[in-house]
Design a protein around this ligand. Structure first.
Ligand code: AOF
Ligand code: ZN
Length: 366
């Protein structure tokens, strides 16, 4: 067996990245089919949910170019699927096409597939190698892996703050702390999420739309609202006929629920302690609704609850080069008795975005 070529794995990963805004809740997968000499015959990536997977796109691309793929190698960034989901099994398509060898980055964590895809390929006499590009593929699909393995979405909390950590003035004024460039970058992070979450406090104060306003965004993430007492005004901009809105409440109000549902929203009752929504249960429910990456843009109170309950995996923080002095922080936490009680994070990256800085930090081990 010849060694897997890093350049072809890199090409398959580049294909997978093209599905970043497109394929959710399906994973972002890329596939490159090449001849034994390494010449690329076809390539492709996962399409919209319900559409073809990466392998099918690559095989179609090769066919459209008139290439014979018998005996060819397929580089694919996830284990080819073996199940009948919304589409047919990619394994069967690879076998039928006469592919001789598969280099896969990582096993599919979906229990319907995991391991069985490789077994089916091996049973058909196809050579299988697993591993090249595995870490990159997992990172690109951290929401999909989280939903499949932990049964909860990957939770990314976005805030815009001054350099001294203030996210809003005492009266709630927060528009606009960071630059236009940082706001556009924030939209790109919304675009990759399956859903954008906020709280009723933010809706009543700012009336946000929480959609993606970028010209080339192929789909809109769902909107999710934590609204314990169902206070959402029927005229709120988050409530739109063309977009899915999930409202999590703690207290039943049949009349209000009916009014919201008549406008297309889905109301879910998940009461927790203190008349508030059970946030951990909400995340489990969102995972069941196929939410991989959850993008949180909320106020300091809901942020604080999510952080205190250990439900945030990653912080996406835009820092503006200005000082605002005392005001609201990123997340209201109880005062610490000692430093050892701090929420410990690990920096992933820090990059300039226009005049601002974008900092990514993770809870270690997530
Ligand atoms: C692949 N290649 O490009 C992707 C895969 O409902 P379906 O038929 O679209 O199947 C969705 C499942 O297929 C998904 O949960 C994951 O296990 C796998 N995704 N598999 O071979 C791909 N996107
Ligand atoms: Zn597939």
């Amino acid at each position: 067996m010849s060694a897997a070529r890093p350049d072809l794995t890199a090409l398959a990963l580049a294909q997978a990245r093209q599905a970043l805004w497109l394929s959710s809740p399906n994973p972002r997968v890329g596939c490159v089919v090449c001849d034994p000499a390494g010449n690329v015959l076809g390539q492709g990536h996962t399409q919209r949910v319900g559409g073809p997977h990466a392998e099918i796109m690559a095989l179609r691309d090769a066919a459209a170019k008139g290439h014979d793929v018998r005996g060819a190698t397929a580089y694919v960034t996830l284990e080819p699927c073996s199940h009948h989901g919304r589409t047919g099994p990619c394994c069967d398509a690879l076998v039928e096409a006469g592919i001789g060898r598969v280099v896969a980055s990582i096993a599919d964590p979906n229990p319907l597939v995991s391991g069985q895809g490789f077994e089916r390929l091996l049973a058909a006499g196809i050579e299988v190698e697993v591993g090249p590009g595995g870490a990159e593929s997992r990172e690109l699909n951290l929401g999909f892996f989280s939903r499949m393995v932990r049964k909860t979405p990957w939770v990314r909390l976005k805030v815009a703050a001054s350099l001294d950590g203030t996210t809003a003035l005492e009266d709630g004024t927060s528009q606009w702390i960071t630059s236009e460039a940082a706001r556009a970058d924030g939209h790109a992070w919304r675009a990759r999420a399956c859903a954008v979450l906020t709280g009723i406090g933010t809706v009543l104060e700012d009336d946000p739309q929480l959609d993606v306003r970028l010209p080339d965004a192929p789909r809109q993430p769902h909107a999710v609202l934590v609204d314990s007492r169902l206070e959402l005004p029927l005229a709120a901009r988050i409530l739109r006929p063309d977009r899915k809105l999930l409202v999590y409440a703690a207290i039943a109000d049949a009349q209000k629920q009916a009014a919201l549902e008549a406008r297309g929203a889905t109301v879910i009752l998940l009461p927790g302690p203190g008349g508030k929504v059970d946030l951990a249960a909400m995340l489990r429910d969102l995972a069941q609704r196929e939410v991989n990456e959850l993008h949180v843009e909320a106020g300091h109170k809901l942020n604080g609850s999510l952080v205190r309950e250990g439900l945030v995996d990653e912080f996406l923080v835009y820092l503006a080069p200005r000082l605002l002095g005392p005001g609201r922080g990123m997340a209201s936490l109880a005062p610490l008795g000692e430093l050892s009680q701090a929420v410990q994070l690990q920096f992933q990256s820090a990059e300039p975005v226009g005049p601002d800085l974008r900092v990514l930090a993770r809870i270690p081990g997530r």
